[in-house]
Ligand binder design. Structure first.
Ligand code: ZN
Length: 135
């Protein structure tokens, strides 16, 4: 398909999505992969799309999400008491805080199909891309 043809089809795709009522959130997520309700206080670029999506979904359900830790150097990880083989060392984990009842947030993470490991701490939650487990 030529680029002109692609351009002429795009408005139809958008109108169809809009009329089907699912345009607002999914299309924005699809093209921007961002969400103003997810604030990153640590590097965002290396974080896998899978974890960004979970954070977006979490903010849609519970409100503003603040991501406090993604990638850690070995020394930083040691200082923060991370596991020796922590997924943070490879930027495959995110720590975040969010309002909402702890029980409900943990249940949401447990039921989210993309979450690997997850855990709730005193002031934050942890998710990663590892095998499904909790501690
Ligand atoms: Zn963590």
């Amino acid at each position: 398909m030529s680029s002109n043809k692609v351009l002429s089809v795009l408005p139809i795709v958008f109108i169809t999505l809009f009329l089907s009522g699912c345009a607002k959130v999914p299309v924005v997520n699809l093209f921007l992969a961002g969400n103003k309700d997810v604030v990153y206080k640590d590097t965002k670029t290396c974080l896998p799309f899978r974890l960004k999506r979970i954070l977006n979904h979490t903010s849609r359900k519970f409100g503003k999400v603040t991501v406090t830790s993604t990638k850690r150097e070995v020394s930083e990880n040691r200082r923060k008491g991370g596991a020796r083989n922590s997924y943070h060392l490879r930027c495959q984990a995110a720590d975040f805080s969010v309002q909402g009842k702890r029980k409900k947030v943990l249940k949401f993470l447990k039921n989210h199909g993309s979450v690997g490991g997850y855990s709730g701490y005193t002031h934050h939650y942890h998710i990663d891309t590892g095998p499904r487990r909790t501690w």
